[in-house]
Design a protein around this ligand. Structure first.
Ligand code: ADP
Length: 621
């Protein structure tokens, strides 16, 4: 994994050129074709940054006009212009805000697109990697904000503050020079005083920057901790809305355990949220104290200028308000830049997540299309341990099998049967050794084409809250007759004929009131129909009849030959009796094949098979 992690490397709040490039490229890629949102954010920032100065300038002009004894008509003209311009700007701001808000939620969806695609395409093992899942969680939503929304909002604030700083400089600086501004009556004071004043203001801004950066780093660190808790919370909340999980939870009386775990997460969130609140509070207090001090300094300086006759009374108002706006905007700018530092960490998470290597894309060789479906599979000294674990669950396994055979895999729980299937289907890559199909290392094949070789019914198969037809056709177009035939062959024909909506019936009631709740056995038959529909050369059934009643089990086994035809079928089953019809039975023990042969041969031998057979036989005696 290439992750540098958000808190690793440089401090989160220092933005290098590389960081800026990263933010801009991520913002560009996330907003995609919706550059109008970016433009609206910048436009909104410019208008919001400039608007307060209309009042600042006009107030100064009005004060001077009153002191200068101008006519009421002229005063009213000033007011009318000020109100008119402010009104137009606010209308524009309102339109842009409306446009932006409408798109903000949508931006979340835009961001979700590539993220979801990545999650579905990434190497399977990353789905079990907590660090990767937390990374996704951080990118997806943190504190209720999507990365895109937070970046856009920060960009808006930066533009607003930059504009305010620029306008403040344009308004205030010329006032210090004689005749260069309509409000000034000249600058005759000492340069030293001006320089001292400027230095003091800059020092305060720097102090605010340093302290702001410190507190923001603390906030970012706490939020980082929060993502781990939020990941767990998401998992626990999902349990609450899943009847299947609730069933076990209730019957096994695990509510207490659930509450304990949830309370643990809640405690974690509360404590990290407390830290966030503390640091945000410190940051605000520091900002307000420094602002108050700066305000005092600015008014004192403006007062001095006015006493010395260097600026008018109205000038004091305009000058002080502009300088204060300048310092306030500089402070906010610094704060926003350090916020952006936090977003850089999330942007890095995003790019790291999107760049997670996809080993399966390394293979390019097309899979040979064989009309006779004859493929040879060879495990050559294969050993495997799950990522992040030390124990080998498959040990130096070597075996070969021809397609067209019916093969059964039997063995105790945990002996590596399902793992063997996962390796064959390339959900995981071998740790040592090599698996070959038709003499070629399976890692060299184009992954998509290789996956097409297998139709698998996993032990923990899943059907989804989609229409029945789509569940059966899965990745392929729904062909009505073919889907009905597959359901018929899986033993679901009669049940489906009773469905009013036929293949359009939605599975489950999650999204449709009229959805159909199927039993566990029926769902398993749907999963079997899905495997039949795929019409792949290999049919793999991991405990294919676990959820079926004895009648359905007989039906399914009797129909297996018809179902799989000349294809290669691999069955994993605990019920040895159901495997008797296979020509080739592999007996797994601790990650190795300890026996292999036909039922009659294995039954004769002194070994694990006979042991397991006898253990089961006594229940049937
Ligand atoms: P079987 O199908 O024979 O019951 P499995 O192949 O499912 O056995 O499991 C073999 C061993 O691998 C077991 O000890 C199990 O705990 C371990 N195992 C299975 N899946 C994982 C996983 N995702 N991560 C770590 N260990 C696993």
């Amino acid at each position: 994994m290439t992750s540098t992690g958000p808190m690793q490397g440089k401090g989160v709040c220092s933005m290098s050129r590389k960081d800026w490039k990263l933010v801009i490229s991520v913002l560009g890629s996330l907003s995609g074709k919706h550059k109008d949102v970016l433009a609206a954010m910048v436009g909104l920032g410019v208008l919001a940054g400039a608007r307060p100065f209309i009042a600042v300038i006009l107030t100064g002009m009005l004060v001077d006009a009153v002191y200068g004894g101008r006519e009421l008509g002229e005063l009213l003209r000033y007011v009318a212009v000020g109100v008119g311009v402010t009104f137009v700007i606010q209308i524009l701001e309102g339109i842009m805000t409306m446009f932006f808000n409408r798109k903000l939620e949508y931006m979340q969806e835009i961001q979700a697109g590539p993220l979801n695609e990545k999650s579905m395409e990434m190497d399977y093992e990353y789905l079990e990697n907590a660090e990767v899942q937390e990374m996704r969680q951080r990118v997806e939503r943190l504190g209720g904000w999507s990365l895109t929304a937070q970046m856009l909002s920060t960009l808006n604030k930066i533009t607003r503050n930059l504009t305010a700083v620029a306008v403040a400089v344009v308004v205030a600086v010329p006032m210090l020079f004689r005749g260069s501004h309509s409000l000034s009556r000249g600058f005759a004071g000492s340069w030293l005083m001006a320089v001292l004043f400027l230095a003091a203001v800059m020092l305060l801004i720097l102090l605010e920057f340093k302290l702001g950066r410190y507190f923001n780093r603390k906030v970012a660190e706490s939020r980082q901790q929060m993502s781990g808790y939020e990941n767990r919370k998401k998992y626990y909340l999902e349990i609450l809305s899943e009847p299947e999980k609730q069933k076990d939870l209730r019957i096994c009386r695990q509510q207490g355990l659930y509450e304990k775990e949830f309370a643990d997460v809640a405690r974690g969130i509360r404590s990290t949220a407390g830290k966030v609140a503390k640091h945000v509070c410190c940051s605000i207090s520091v900002e307000q104290t420094i602002s108050a001090f700066t305000g005092f300094l600015v008014y004192a300086f403006a007062g001095l200028l006015a006493c010395g006759g260097m600026i008018s009374i109205g000038g004091v108002v305009t000058y002080a308000a502009s300088v204060l706006k300048f310092t306030e905007s500089m402070g906010s700018l610094v704060y926003q830049l350090s916020w952006l530092g936090g977003n850089v960490a999330r942007a890095r998470d995003y790019t790291d997540y999107m760049a997670l290597p996809q080993r399966k894309h390394a293979g390019t060789i097309p899979v040979e299309k064989r009309r006779d479906d004859r493929f040879t599979v060879e495990f050559d000294h294969v050993s495997f341990r799950y990522p992040g674990t030390e124990t080998y669950v498959i040990r130096d396994l070597s075996l070969k099998f021809e397609i067209g055979e019916k093969m059964a895999i039997v063995g105790r729980n945990g002996s590596g049967k399902s793992t063997f299937i996962k390796l064959l289907c390339r959900l995981y890559d071998v740790t040592e050794g090599c698996i070959r199909v038709n003499g070629i290392d399976i890692r060299k094949y184009n992954y998509g084409e290789y996956s097409d070789l297998f139709a698998v019914v996993f032990q923990d198969f899943q059907v989804f809250a989609f229409p029945l037809g789509e569940n059966v056709a899965a990745g392929f177009a729904v062909e009505e007759e073919r889907a009905k035939d597959a359901l018929e062959r899986a033993g679901m024909g009669e049940r489906c004929r009773r469905l009013e909506a036929g293949l359009s019936a939605c599975i489950g009631k999650e999204f449709a009131e009229e959805g159909v709740t199927f039993s566990g056995g029926e769902k398993q038959k749907i999963a079997i129909a899905r495997a039949i529909y795929k019409n792949a050369p290999f049919v793999i059934m991991d405990e294919p009849t676990a959820a079926l009643d004895p009648e359905s089990e007989c039906e399914v086994y009797a129909g297996f030959d018809r179902m799989v035809g000349r294809k290669t079928a691999i069955y994993i089953s605990h019920r040895l009796a159901s495997c008797r019809f296979c020509q080739d039975i592999l007996v797994f023990d601790q990650g190795k094949v300890v026996q292999r042969g036909r039922h009659e041969e294995l039954e004769e031998q002194d070994g694990l098979y006979r042991e397991l057979w006898n253990a089961q036989a006594q229940y049937y005696a």
